[in-house]
Design a protein around this ligand. Sequence first.
Ligand code: URP
Ligand code: ZN
Ligand code: ZN
Length: 485
Amino acid sequence: EAWLERLGAPERACSPATCERRERTNVSLLIKNGEIVTAAERMHADIYCEGETITRIGKGLDAPEGTTVVDAAGKYVFPGFIDPHVHIHLPFMGTLTKDTHRTGSQAALVGGTTTYIEMLAPSRHEDLMAGYRLWNELAEGNSACDYTFHIGVSKYDAEAEAQLREIVADGMTSFKVFLSYKGFFGVNDEELFRTLTLAKELGVIVTAHCENDELVAQLQAQLLAAGRTGPEWHEPSRPERVEADGTNHFATFLEITGARGYVVHLSCAPALAAALAAKERGVSLAIECVVPHLVLDKTYAERPDFEGAKYVMSPPLRDKRNQKPLWDALAAGLVDTVATDHAPFDFKGQKAMGRDDFTKIPNGIPTIEDRVNLLYTYGVSRGNLSLERFVSAASTRAAQLFGLYPRKGTVAVGADADLVVYDPNYRGRISATTHAMNVDYSGFEGVEIDGRPSVVTVRGEVAAVDGKFVGDPGRGKLLRRTPTS
Ligand code: URP
Ligand code: ZN
Ligand code: ZN
């Protein structure tokens, strides 16, 4: 390609077969002529990277022979994007998500995401430490992008507490709790209180899925008893107030314990109001939205012939009137991050498990590959989000909240050379026929996108070019973190 020229002899690429340690110490990369955009500023400058790190930023930089040079004229250069909420390995609702780290990380990279945070989610019937080992084994050597874990707390007893302390000491400094899915992932109030108390002591942030589980169970039973079994009944079984109640409940527990919290996949105006009211009274609560709630609405789950099952996730896709308040809060910086909650289940064979009973449809919408392009298209391109807020929500804020900043989440000397050269002039359509995710449908089939990454680098190495993965499949590193205050 014209924009990707090599000066002199290229360095041998690191591959699983040839490199034991996948560290890049003797290669260099120059990205020139682009417009760098961070959460704080925009500037036209070149970026020079030695090994895995950005070492110079300035105008008209030169590079030694052997440097890989990317011409970013007419393009933006963003920090590598961070998805703070993904499920790669998720045993859930009697089945297992379809992606592996191999497929999920390559899909992430094609879409500009260079780091993801996976939910380590053993059920309350499993041993947490065994889960930690398993989740690590599945990722190690298989992920092409960098990754780390939120530690799922699905029960709390003396053994779990000791294990949590050990895992935090190993560098995993965020927890995940579910207020729903009781009996499987969900914690009761005593466990929630003890988890938050420990988190406060250790300086760990707690992420939470906020829905009132009892209300969901009662509404599901009522609907099924009335013969309302299709996917269109998923939303009425988990209405907005149920999520607002869960959000308020979590916020109250944060307030009493003094812990720091983060509500995941906040979907609607009443839940937003509950979260903002808590912030207003001084509760430390960050807010995550996910792309499906910003772009899709509940009419998708009402599509006939069980097609709606593709759009079943929790909290559910909402009435469209909820989207503007979410976008406005995002633009104002009141919503911190935009993630995916990537949870890929095939339509055939998996979503189909709930054909006669919507409560058995595996919850989730695969989005890891499309998050950045959809946020750019519906946010920046449509005038809902400035470029700086886009970078903050899709990268910087997650790095700050979860202890990755400034190594990740910005373009700065000393940061990892995770960079996305983004072409705002690209036009294309999302389709399951071309996506890299290992799942048989796209919730965004046919949606037009207004831009895409031209070149994506992970720690100085080109990993994706124009929608294709070209990197080392196992180069991703586990990111150990220290608690943030
Ligand atoms: O529907 C969803 N969100 N599936 C994944 C599990 C979760 O609740 O995050
Ligand atoms: Zn959830
Ligand atoms: Zn999730």
